[in-house]
Structure formats: C-alpha cells, structure tokens
Design a protein around this ligand. Structure first.
Ligand SMILES: NC(=O)c1ccc[n+]([C@@H]2O[C@H](COP(=O)([O-])OP(=O)(O)OC[C@H]3O[C@@H](n4cnc5c(N)ncnc54)[C@H](O)[C@@H]3O)[C@@H](O)[C@H]2O)c1
Length: 367
C-alpha cells in the first residue's frame, strides 16, 4: 500500500507547489541547471503526492550524500550509445536519474510513435525513483509500457530459500493508457515490503507484516531492526518463488541485457549512490489491429470492480487507483512530511550551500 496510512493527522504539511519550489531551490543551489532542478522536483514531489514517501523528498539527504561522495553527477544527460532502430542503448553516466530516465523515455517514445515499438536499455543511472513516473510519461504520449529495473550492487533481498541479501528491491512496472481516463499503472518493488517502509516501522517501534523479513540466520521475523542494526537480516521477495523469479528477470533484463551491471561479489556498492538500470519496452497500441481493445479493457476493469467485497474490504481498486486517491487528497490538503525527515532535508540543504536564513524561510512553510 501507499504510505498514506503512515501519515498521522499531527504530521505537518506543506503545499505541493511550495515543496516543489523548495526542492528546485536546493538543487539549483547545489549546482543543477534550472531544468534539472525542475525535473528532480517534479519527480520527488509527485512520489510524495502519490503516497510513495519512501521515494519522495526524503531521498534528498541521500542524493546530497551521493553528490558529496563524488558519485551523483550534476548536469549530465542521457547518451544514446547504440541506435539499432527499435532498440536503443542509453548510458546514464551516473547523472540524476530524474533527468536521464526522462530523456531515455523521450527517445523511446519518439521511436515507438514512429515504428510502433521501442526497447530502451538505460544503464548507469543514479536513482530513478518511483518507476510509475516513467510509465506515466509513456502513457501521456498514448503508449503502453513495461519496465524492468535493478538496483545494481545494492542487495537487500534474500533469494527464495536463501538467508542473506543477494538481490535489490528490483521494481517491475507496467502501464496501459486509456483515452479520456487515467492510465492503469502497476508499479511495485519485488520485495514483500519496500525498504523505506521498514525504516518507518523501525522509527515508530512497530512490527512489519509477517513474512516480510528474515533475520541473519534466515529465521522469519516481523522486527524491522534486522534491517537497521547488525547483525543484518534481509527482506523477502514477495510471493515466494514467483516474486524471486520476477526479481531475477528484472536483474538480468535491466542489468545484463543493456550492458549495465548485475549484483554479485564484484559489484557490491560501498557508497551512498543508488545505481539503477532499466529495460523499458514501449509500445504504440495503435500498431495492433485491435479496434475493440479499449472497450475490452474497460469491460474487464468494470467486471472485476463489480465483485462483492470480501470481509474487511472497503473498495476494489484498479492498478494505479490508490495513488490517484492519495494524490487528490494531498493536492487538496498538502503533502505530509514528518519532522525527522524535514530536519534531514534541511541539513542536506545547508550541506549543498543554502544559507540558514533561507532554510528557515522554507521551513516556515511546513505547518
Ligand atoms: N528506483 C528503485 O530503485 C526502486 C526500488 C524499489 C521500489 N521502487 C519504487 O517504490 C515504490 C513503492 O513500491 P511498493 O512495492 O512499496 O508498492 P506497493 O506495495 O504500494 O504497490 C503499489 C502497486 O500496487 C497497487 N495497489 C496498491 N494497493 C492496492 C490495492 N489495495 N488494490 C489494488 N492495487 C493496489 C498500486 O496501484 C501500485 O500499482 C514504487 O513506485 C517502485 O517503483 C523503486
């Protein structure tokens, strides 16, 4: 689920446009060109608006640390290193994922609109955040897309049957545009719960759902401290062997196929940088001979939503609908940002050169 349910009524809020302006100002102060700062702010604030706070503005401290480490590179752009017509290989050069993934999608969208399909292999991108953002970019252009992503060299998940961290939280995403309606957007990590959600539970001294974690000996536990205190345990893949299999294919399709790298003993990361590789397959639905496609998709969605509700359930959601519900609420009432996260963002703003007075002025907007 989204992080909406984690927000307490007492959590302070800030209007989305003000948060966007603050995030842009931080990155411009760090040295980003205005367009780069805008794309980063677009992405991080949209992640918060959709309820995925684990991939929103709370990432700023980690990005600032990656910049200080000399890992994240500012003002770099996606480079098409091989153009094979329907297949593009794109190098991210450790540039801001919010920039290089946007540019890789732009290239793939233009090609798919011309010839019906394009597979884009993006490698070496600094963290590309919420993958649904890239599927939504394709959907706005009227295109279907599938995305397979690895978190290269940063394992947090045990293989099915294993007892230590060998795989990233490798997300899978797919989107289906519908003229006149919001797209269907399926977008999830292949771990049972996202790592960021174990941090929230740990800070709040809460347990995580049963089956989400194993300790350092592979024993199932609901205590999130195994992710935050040595000896470290692991996240589990969702859905047993099936989630593990999907995570493995995400790793190979994104990290191997397009010339990036996969996670193994030689590639384990030691910095604050999160490096993603992504294989995106972008398809123009108009290229099929399927005049009834939209009606068939709509009929199916209406059919499943008409199911009688199971005990304890209030609503049946289509893929992407929980995010839309949260977005509407947060656009109206502001984005909640907890005090600890705001303090960390302020420290990052100071670290990239913003004055204490300016940080204080922005902080006054959080109420
Ligand atoms: N860049 C990276 O390295 C990286 C790594 C891992 C995850 N992520 C991102 O983290 C985000 C969070 O992932 P997650 O696994 O916590 O997501 P999640 O468990 O909240 O699942 C989200 C998906 O499930 C759907 N959904 C949620 N509740 C539903 C319900 N009750 N009924 C029907 N559908 C429902 C949503 O519409 C969405 O498609 C994703 O956006 C993902 O792309 C990024």
């Amino acid at each position: 689920m989204t992080d909406n349910n984690l927000a307490r009524s007492s959590t302070p809020r800030i209007a989305a446009d003000q948060l966007h302006a603050y995030v842009s100002a931080i990155w411009e102060r760090a040295g980003s060109a205005p367009r780069e700062a805008e794309l980063v702010a677009d992405h991080l604030v949209a992640a918060n608006l959709t309820g995925h706070d684990s991939h929103g503005v709370g990432m700023i401290p980690r990005y600032a640390a990656s910049l200080a480490d000399g890992q994240l590179q500012l003002n770099l752009h996606a480079e098409v290193v091989k153009d094979a017509g329907a297949v593009l290989t794109v190098e991210g050069h450790k540039g801001f994922g919010q920039v290089v993934a946007f540019e890789a999608m732009e290239a793939g969208i233009a090609r798919a609109q011309r010839i019906g399909i394009c597979a884009v292999g993006l490698r070496g991108a600094h963290h590309i955040g919420r993958i649904g953002h890239w599927a939504e970019q394709c959907a706005r252009a009227g295109l279907v897309s599938f995305h397979f992503v690895n978190v290269a060299g940063d394992p947090l998940v045990a293989p099915f049957g294993g007892a230590d961290r060998r795989i990233g939280t490798n997300p899978f995403c797919a989107a289906y545009p519908r003229p006149g309606k919001p797209p269907l957007v399926l977008d999830f990590a292949t771990s049972t719960v996202a790592y960021g959600k174990t941090r929230v539970a740990y800070n709040q001294r809460k347990q995580v759902p049963a089956g989400a974690l194993v300790d350092h000996e592979g024993v199932p536990t609901a205590d999130p401290k195994v992710m935050h205190e040595a000896p470290f345990g692991s996240l589990t893949p969702f859905g047993g062997h099936k989630g593990f299999g999907l995570a493995a294919m995400c790793e190979i399709f994104s990290g191997a196929l397009a010339g990036g790298f996969t996670t193994h003993a030689d590639t384990l990361g030691t910095t604050n940088a999160i490096i993603n590789c992504m294989l995106s397959v972008i398809v123009d639905p108009a290229a099929f001979d399927a005049p009834d496609a939209q009606a068939e998709a709509d009929a199916f969605i209406a059919w499943v939503k008409a199911s009688p509700l199971a005990v304890g359930t209030e609503r049946i959601y289509e893929p992407g609908e929980p995010e839309r519900v949260t977005r509407a609420e947060r656009e109206a009432n502001g984005v909640p940002v907890d005090a600890a996260t705001w303090t960390q963002i302020s420290a990052a703003a100071l670290a990239v050169g913003m004055s204490a007075d300016e940080v204080a002025r922005w902080s006054a907007l959080l109420q």
